[in-house]
Design a protein around this ligand. Structure first.
Ligand SMILES: [Fe+2]
Ligand SMILES: [Fe+2]
Length: 130
């Protein structure tokens, strides 16, 4: 479970609010994972919601990094692209015949690790540029 702390602050309130929202959406996966039977439709809806929200956030953050000439703007954009590709891979795997519970658990764990690491190493390079 990702808990918001000040170490994640970028100094741009709109981006910080979006990061919190991403934490929240990833956290909501627990409800699907912990259910006695995996609700496939609910899981797919949540992943689509995450994808849509992440796209909006990434565009917003990329604009912000470009406007402030942030040194991480190139690497940030590439990382966002890889994130979205990873979600497409997950959707294909999830639609296949694999163990849904296991796939969702791995997805949630890797999303949490990715987001935490990404914000701390890349997004927070915006700090001081507002
Ligand atoms: Fe980012
Ligand atoms: Fe971000």
């Amino acid at each position: 479970m990702l808990i918001w702390t000040k170490e994640y602050e970028t100094g741009f309130p709109e981006l910080d609010a979006q990061h919190r929202k991403l934490f929240e959406i990833i956290g909501q996966m627990t409800n699907v994972i912990d259910a006695p039977v995996i609700d496939i439709t609910a899981a797919q809806k949540l992943v689509t919601h995450l994808e849509d929200y992440a796209r909006v956030h990434f565009e917003c953050e990329e604009r912000c990094m470009a406007a402030t000439h942030c040194s991480s703007r190139g690497i940030n954009k590439e990382a966002h692209q890889l994130f979205l590709e990873g979600l497409q891979r997950f959707k294909r795997d999830f639609a296949g015949s694999g163990n849904k519970h296991e796939l969702l658990t791995i997805l949630q764990t890797s999303l949490q690790a990715w987001l935490r690491n990404h914000i701390l190493k890349i997004d927070t390079k915006l700090r001081g540029l507002s």
